[in-house]
Each structure stands twice: as structure tokens, then as C-alpha cells.
Design a binder for this molecule. Structure first.
Ligand SMILES: [Zn+2]
Ligand SMILES: [Zn+2]
Length: 437
């Protein structure tokens, strides 16, 4: 019993720490025990270990650890991807043969369809594809996917490494050594950047990994429950709860302690009956399926908001500056609009009001090649944002803004909601656009 219980506690602890590492930094958890645990894990414990190491070995161990961490997170290598796929392979390799004879036929048919999906979508995310990476041959086409919004992206900016104009929404990745189209983020799990062309596979990877893990937990439950129930008598004594003699039977502490005792006993019995390969893996699955689905929920929120992970950081910088009262919103001169779409009077320039539109017109054969070519995107920004260092309305506009904006139109803005996000077509069109590209 002690061994099975130790496995249950170990698995719960590892899963909780993983959850904290994944989600603890989110602002929603800042003032909760999860946020506190996250700070403990990533700030306080490492700095305490660092101080100890400096005293003992002059910092040699932590320097080596920092180099390893930097290599794992900031270099092009498949170590993390191999770890992830290895974990899936070992878990499935232990679990499926052990429970196979206990499962109904329909699950024996479904398992071979579900298990390969994480491998397939990892491959699709990791594969170098022409749509995601920008190079000289596709640069002209990449320039015409999105307009410059003049809030997050301005025309005329050159990538100092690739030596070409940065298309709107792109970003250079120093790990992939390439500019990336509609850059979302560099993902160490798939050893590649996610952007236009493979972001949809990343959403699929998160979804099907979450589904596979949840399905594994369900299979462990239906395979092992008959055995646990059949041997119920064997475990009757384990359920008995023995509180400490001085505990107050009406207190919350004792109530929680009792619940925890039953929960752990229940898990321990499953591990006793199913062993590590069936119940241990099943428990790990039960505790970790929310991780990919939680990340998927966050990514879908970004899709809803019409932004990439990269852009969400830029928007949050604007939000901070707007709160400081140093941001001014200007109107763009009508004659500077560049795209091919007819201006519709009922569009009102609002991205959200156009959510029912999904037309992406095809390009003319030979569009003019200049630093801001017309695009296929159905909207173009009417707004320009600038921040001033002294908090006063802008006096001398930089030339790139002066040429497209009315100087008189700048007013102080206090709410990011007043600023148009030209990349937001409404949730369904945003999603459709991602699935198509
Ligand atoms: Zn570049
Ligand atoms: Zn990258």
C-alpha cells in the first residue's frame, strides 16, 4: 500500500507543479496560491539555490544549469520535442498493451485512430514550410497578406538579418534564423516557429493531445473499475479514516483531511490493482489532460481577439501606456488607403462590424512592388497611435506618420477599446482565416 500511495502522491505533485509552471504566470492567477507557487518555483527557489551555489562552488553548478536551460529554450534542437513524443510513446506503450484485454471492441477500434494524432500534428507543426518562413522567393507574396496597421506594424522597416522589408505581422526568429509570417511564437515543443501556414496544426495538436490524454484517463477508469469493485472486500480496511486524537471533528481542516484521505485511498487502490503501467499512466493522464486544453483555450481567446501571441504582448504595452495617459489616437488620411477592396459606407471602418464578411479577393497578376503593396486583407486601419514622452499632444510628427495622418486629428485616448484592431475580423472569420492559411 505504501508504494502505491507514494506513486499516487508523486504523480499528483508532478502534475500540480507542471500546471503551476504552465499557467502560474497568467495575470488571472497573480494573487492566488498558484501565482505564489509559480513565483516560488521560478524566482525564489532558483535565487536561493544560486546564492547557496555561489557560496559552495563559486556559482559553477548554476552557471552550467543556466547554460543548459538557455540551450534547451533558445537553440534549434529537437530535445524537448523528443521528450514530449517519448513521453507519449512510453505512456501509450505501457498503457495500451496492459489494458487491451479489458476493453470493449469499440475502443480497440478507436485507439489506433487516436494515438497517432499527436505524432501527425507535431510533424506538421515542426516541418519547415514555405508559407511560414519568409525568404527572397516568397517575400513579395508575403508582403501582400496583411496591411500595416500603423499601431503594431509600420511600413518601411527592414529586418537587419534577412535584409528585406518586414511584412506586416511578421517577426524575425533568432532561433529559426528567419523572418516568420504572422509570427505567433517560437515553440520548443515542436522545435519550430508557429505562424501563417502551421498555426492551425498547432491548434489541432493541442486539441487532439488533450483529447487523447483525457481518453486515456477514461479508458483506465473503465478498464480498472470492475477489478477494483470485484476486490472491494480486500481494501475495506484501507478506507477507515483515523483522525488525530486532538482534532476538532467540526473543523474545516479535519473535513479536508478526511476528503484527501479518501481521494488518496481511492487512487492507491487503483494503482494497487492496475500497477504503474495502467493505473499510474491513467492517473498521470487524469491530472494532465487540462494542460493542452487550457493552452488551447488561451490560443482560442487570442483568435477571438484577432491577435497572435507576439501581438498580444505589443497590445499589452499599448494598454500600459494608455493607462499612463501618454497615448494619442490619430485618423489616417483617406487618400492613403492602399488595399483593393472598395470602401463600403456601411463598413464604418470597424473590424467587429464586418464579422459576417469572409471574402478574401484574389490578387491582380502583377501588383506594384513598393514598400507597402496593396493586400488581400479585407480591412485597412483608419487609426494611428503614437506615444509621447512628455504626455503632451504630439508636436512634431515623424515623417512616416506625417505623410498619412492629419496632425489635427490626434486626441488623447484612455481606452484600448477605442482603437481599431485591423487584424480582427470577428471570431469566426479569424478562425476561418487561420484554418485556410
Ligand atoms: Zn528576418
Ligand atoms: Zn523560431
Amino acid at each position: 500500500m505504501a508504494f502505491a500511495r507514494a506513486i499516487a502522491i508523486f504523480t499528483i505533485t508532478v502534475s500540480l507543479l507542471t500546471f503551476v509552471a504552465f499557467f502560474g504566470r497568467l495575470p488571472a492567477f497573480r494573487n492566488t496560491p498558484i501565482g505564489f507557487l509559480h513565483r516560488l518555483l521560478v524566482l525564489h527557489i532558483p535565487s536561493a539555490l544560486r546564492n547557496l551555489d555561489i557560496k559552495l562552488t563559486n556559482g559553477r553548478i548554476t552557471n552550467g544549469g543556466a547554460r543548459l536551460g538557455h540551450y534547451l529554450m533558445n537553440d534549434k534542437h529537437p530535445v524537448v520535442m523528443i521528450f514530449f513524443l517519448g513521453l507519449v510513446t512510453i505512456s501509450a506503450g505501457l498503457f495500451v498493451p496492459t489494458v487491451w484485454h479489458l476493453l470493449p471492441t469499440r475502443h480497440k477500434l478507436l485507439i489506433p485512430l487516436v494515438v497517432p494524432l499527436p505524432y501527425l500534428f507535431t510533424y506538421l507543426c515542426a516541418r519547415r514550410n514555405n508559407e511560414t518562413m519568409i525568404h527572397e522567393l516568397n517575400h513579395a507574396a508575403q508582403m501582400r497578406h496583411y496591411p500595416y496597421d500603423r499601431i503594431l506594424f509600420f511600413p518601411g522597416q527592414c529586418c537587419s538579418t534577412c535584409k528585406f522589408l518586414k511584412p506586416a505581422r511578421s517577426k524575425h526568429c533568432s532561433i529559426c534564423k528567419s523572418c516568420v509570417s504572422r509570427m505567433d511564437h517560437h515553440c520548443v515543443w515542436v522545435n519550430n516557429c508557429l505562424g501563417r501556414g502551421n498555426y492551425k496544426w498547432f491548434l489541432a495538436l493541442l486539441f487532439f493531445t488533450g483529447v487523447m490524454i483525457a481518453y486515456g484517463a477514461y479508458l483506465a477508469y473503465i478498464a480498472l473499475t470492475p477489478m477494483v469493485e470485484f476486490n472491494y472486500k480486500k481494501y475495506e480496511g484501507w478506507y477507515r479514516y483515523k483522525p488525530s486524537p486532538d482534532a476538532d471533528p467540526t473543523s474545516w481542516g479535519m473535513y479536508l483531511d478526511m476528503k484527501l484521505h479518501y481521494f488518496l485511498t481511492y487512487l492507491t487502490i487503483y494503482i494497487e490493482e492496475g500497477g504503474i503501467s495502467a493505473a499510474g499512466v491513467g492517473l498521470l493522464a487524469l491530472l494532465t489532460w487540462p494542460l493542452p486544453l487550457g493552452l488551447l483555450a488561451y490560443q482560442l481567446y487570442l483568435v477571438y481577439a484577432g491577435m497572435t501571441t507576439n501581438e498580444s504582448a505589443k497590445w499589452s504595452d499599448w494598454r500600459d501606456d494608455i493607462a499612463d495617459g501618454v497615448v494619442f489616437l490619430g485618423q489616417r488620411k483617406e487618400e492613403t488607403f492602399r488595399d483593393y477592396l472598395p470602401r463600403q459606407s456601411n463598413l464604418n471602418g470597424s473590424a467587429r462590424s464586418s464579422s459576417s464578411r469572409s471574402a478574401f479577393p484574389t490578387l491582380p497578376e502583377t501588383p506594384p512592388e513598393d514598400e507597402e503593396p496593396p493586400t488581400t486583407w479585407p480591412l485597412e486601419s483608419k487609426h494611428i497611435l503614437i506615444r509621447t514622452t512628455n504626455g503632451q499632444p504630439p508636436n512634431n510628427l515623424p515623417p512616416r506618420i506625417k505623410s498619412v495622418a492629419d496632425k489635427e486629428s490626434f486626441v488623447r485616448v484612455w481606452d484600448l477599446g477605442a482603437v481599431q484592431n485591423v487584424y480582427d475580423l470577428g471570431f469566426w472569420d479569424n478562425l476561418l482565416n487561420i484554418l485556410k492559411n
